[in-house]
Write a protein that binds this ligand. Structure first.
Ligand code: NAP
Length: 296
């Protein structure tokens, strides 16, 4: 049996530039990775973490084209920027304008996005409900994850979607793209099926009576002292609260959900499902989901 060599905790752009020298002797070889600037998913050992800054992404992707990688994942804040720098993208990634999975094929970078589908599966497993039956408020609609979730909700034809974003114009632009998907009538009351609202207490309160699921797709919650994107006083026991942020301790949003008696789930199961879907894209077979769940 081959001796397994340990890998460095986190690689950088400089390592990628001199990859054969820095990691060429790692055995088994590193051929998968995640590029991120803040936080990364730690799925398994030979799947290495790369600390890549915003201004380094273009160079990192250029080096990647010439290396023997199977692919990488992308996380905050690279998903939208990477979309503009890859060679091909599948249909869903093109809709979302964001990629979280890249395959390296013949020195070309092929992008996909498994966040939307991962979100769908995660909501089903956490709350035993289907996105298509829900009225959803999505906070962070301007980011890569927010785009993917919004598109998935539209393609699923969910009952209602309310977009919220710090920079409101980005949510409005997304709403314009999604409008045709919400043109048909649905069963649940007179409230508009697709809306963009400003991120203030009055506007959120007015919407939340007609919302079942609240989703946080901002990074708020990654730091212990981040404020909750929605204060506990606006939440009610009928709400389901899904925080894409994952970590060892409860996020401020999930603490607010507890306080209001609402059901909450963090992003760990989304990480699992979107990771399993990435695995399937890289290896063209079903992911060992139980092994991955244990590793998480
Ligand atoms: P991103 O592309 O950088 O998007 C950030 C979004 O959050 C934008 O809408 C941005 O608003 C908003 N935002 C950023 N900082 C904010 C702040 N201080 N206050 C209010 N809004 C803020 O990031 P991303 O890649 O989509 O990731 C977002 C989060 O989702 C991260 O925490 C990531 O870890 C998590 N995530 C989890 C999973 C999972 O599997 N569980 C998968 C994907 C992502 P503006 O448009 O105004 O800048």
């Amino acid at each position: 049996m081959k001796q397994q060599k340990p890998t460095t905790d986190r690689y950088t752009l400089a390592d990628l530039e001199n990859w054969r020298e820095r990691a060429g002797d790692v055995d088994p070889p590193i051929r998968l990775g995640v590029f991120g600037a803040l936080e990364a998913c730690k799925i398994d050992t030979r799947y290495a973490r790369f600390h890549i800054r915003t201004n380094e992404l273009r160079s990192a992707l250029r080096f990647l084209r010439g290396l023997d990688f199977i692919g990488i994942n992308l996380t905050v804040p690279h998903k939208i920027a990477a979309f503009a720098q890859i060679d091909e993208a599948d249909e869903f990634a093109t809709h979302a304008g964001a990629v979280n999975t890249i395959r390296v094929r013949d020195k070309k970078l092929v992008g996909s996005n498994t966040d939307g589908d991962g979100f769908l599966q995660s909501v089903r497993s956490e709350f035993s409900v289907d996105v298509r039956d829900l009225r959803i408020m999505l906070i962070g609609a301007g980011g890569g994850t927010g785009h993917a979730i919004a598109w998935q909700c539209a393609l699923e034809n969910c009952e209602r979607l309310v977009l919220v974003n710090r920079t409101c114009e980005k949510a409005q632009a997304l709403a314009e793209q999604l409008r045709p998907y919400f043109a048909g009538p649905r069963v649940l009351g007179p409230a508009a099926r697709l809306e963009t609202v400003t991120w203030d207490e009055r506007a959120l309160r007015a919407q939340l009576a007609d919302i079942d699921l609240i989703v946080n797709a901002t990074p708020l919650g990654m730091n212990a002292n981040d404020p909750s994107p929605v204060p506990a006083r606006l939440l009610a026991p009928h709400h389901m609260v899904f925080d894409c942020v994952y970590g060892p301790s409860k996020t401020s949003l999930l603490r607010a959900a507890d306080e209001a008696g609402a059901r909450g789930a963090n992003g760990l199961s989304m990480l699992l499902h979107q990771g399993a879907l990435s695995f399937s894209l890289w290896f063209d077979r079903e992911a060992p989901i139980d092994v991955m769940r244990k590793a998480l």
